[in-house]
Write a new protein. Structure first.
Length: 230
């Protein structure tokens, strides 16, 4: 029986230090791009696939994120006293997310093109995959200046190295999280385990993606969205 993900985890716990003064009094996920918070940009895409459960983690100024989501039906996993990174944060949220694979997404990006969650759902084959990461070619990564994160082989399997850019959205089986001893850890630890077993896959996003990690990223994202309507 095909095991499709029924839950979405949105990462919103970070400090947003690259945003400088903009995050002094406001968590990064609540900064606005084109009149809408980054968190709401991500939520709109996630809720379009009608997941049974949607969870947002929070740490820095978590009260503001909890208030923003009040009455939305989205559940909040508060990380305290310490932030848990992506792996630790996802593991803490598992009682809310339930069993089975989950979508996870960062909340500091804006997209122009098809819904990333819908693309992943179509390409997810759990018999051969433990993780499916959505990647974008560097030429379609607005404001991105590094060398990329992964290379894809002809079968779609991922290996580390310069090439495509990980967009922050994936489907992941969560059973390996319980094997990590550290309380706070990155999902990179889990990906490395999956890669060794040749079960780490990637999918290329056909649209445009903008990393909104800096004040300049806000401007670039708004220009990208504006140009798409011209």
């Amino acid at each position: 029986m095909r095991q499709d993900p029924q839950a979405v985890m949105l990462f919103a716990a970070g400090f947003g230090t690259r945003m400088g003064a903009l995050t002094k009094d406001c968590p990064k996920p609540l900064l606005k791009v084109a009149g809408k918070t980054l968190l709401d940009h991500a939520l709109e895409l996630a809720q379009a696939i009608a997941p049974k459960t949607c969870v947002v983690n929070a740490h820095y100024k978590h009260e503001q994120i909890t208030h923003h989501l009040s009455g939305s039906g989205v559940r909040v996993s508060i990380e305290a006293p310490d932030i848990l990174d992506t792996g630790g944060g996802l593991r803490q949220a598992l009682p809310l997310l339930g069993n089975g694979p989950v979508y996870t997404s960062n909340t500091d990006a804006v997209w122009q093109g098809p819904n990333p969650f819908e693309l992943l759902k179509t390409a997810w084959f759990p018999d051969i995959m433990d993780a499916l990461l959505l990647c974008v070619p560097q030429k379609n990564a607005v404001g991105y200046t590094r060398d990329g994160d992964f290379q894809l082989d002809q079968e779609g399997r991922l290996s580390r190295g310069p090439g495509t850019v990980y967009t922050g959205v994936q489907i992941l089986k969560t059973d390996r999280l319980s094997t990590i001893e550290e309380e706070s850890f990155s999902l990179n630890v889990v990906w490395d385990q999956i890669q060794k077993e040749a079960r780490l896959f990637g999918l290329i996003y056909p649209g445009t993606w903008c990393d909104v990690g800096t004040p300049e990223g806000i401007t670039l994202a708004e220009e990208m969205l504006e140009n798409s309507h011209v």
